[in-house]
Design a protein around this ligand. Structure first.
Ligand code: PNS
Length: 160
């Protein structure tokens, strides 16, 4: 089966991420969305909360699974018997970081390919950090994240 892994922090998932998930679910047999558990990086939502949010948002997609992982992405990809990592690319500034990661992953396991999907133009300015900033200062995040998690985000930034 053609299984792909779409990894990220997803803190929180944005419409840009969701668009890449939907397009991957159309293009491949199975998509595993992999949420990084990174104790060194301060996140707004816990990994469990992020997994639950993505599950809620992707509930209508039969071929999308949501998991968390820690350690090396390549190890997780192999554990899931996947051969492809999907990454979204927004701007030129994403490229250098993504290129470095793709080459490092290739070095670690040459049998795994990283496939880049261009963001849809309407989402090219979107990032989880800008969503958090807008929500913190009470701006509208209506067209930035899936409907189901808007309240979660406002509740969480209020508590922080
Ligand atoms: O959404 P992000 O924060 O850009 O996602 C980054 C992610 C999770 C893809 C990346 O940090 C990652 O793969 N981390 C796992 C550690 C790893 O495998 N490092 C080696 C490649 S540089």
């Amino acid at each position: 089966m053609n299984v792909v892994v779409y990894p990220g922090s997803f803190d929180p998932i944005t419409n840009g991420h969701f668009d890449i998930i939907k397009r991957s679910a159309n293009a491949f047999e199975k998509v595993i969305v992999a949420v990084l558990v990174n104790p060194d990086k301060k996140s707004l939502f816990t990994a469990e909360e992020r997994v639950e949010q993505i599950k809620k948002v992707t509930k209508d997609f039969d071929n999308v699974e949501v998991c968390s992982f820690s350690g090396l992405l390549i190890d997780f990809v192999n554990q899931k018997n996947a051969k492809i990592i999907i990454k979204g690319l927004r701007t030129l500034s994403d490229f250098e970081y993504e290129f470095q990661m793709a080459l490092m992953n290739k070095q670690l396991d040459p049998s795994i390919e990283t496939v880049f999907m261009m963001t849809s133009a309407k989402n090219s300015f979107l990032s989880s950090s800008s969503v958090k900033q807008v929500a913190t200062f009470g701006g509208s995040i209506k067209d930035l994240v899936p409907e189901e998690i808007i309240q979660d985000i406002f509740d969480k930034v209020k508590k922080n």
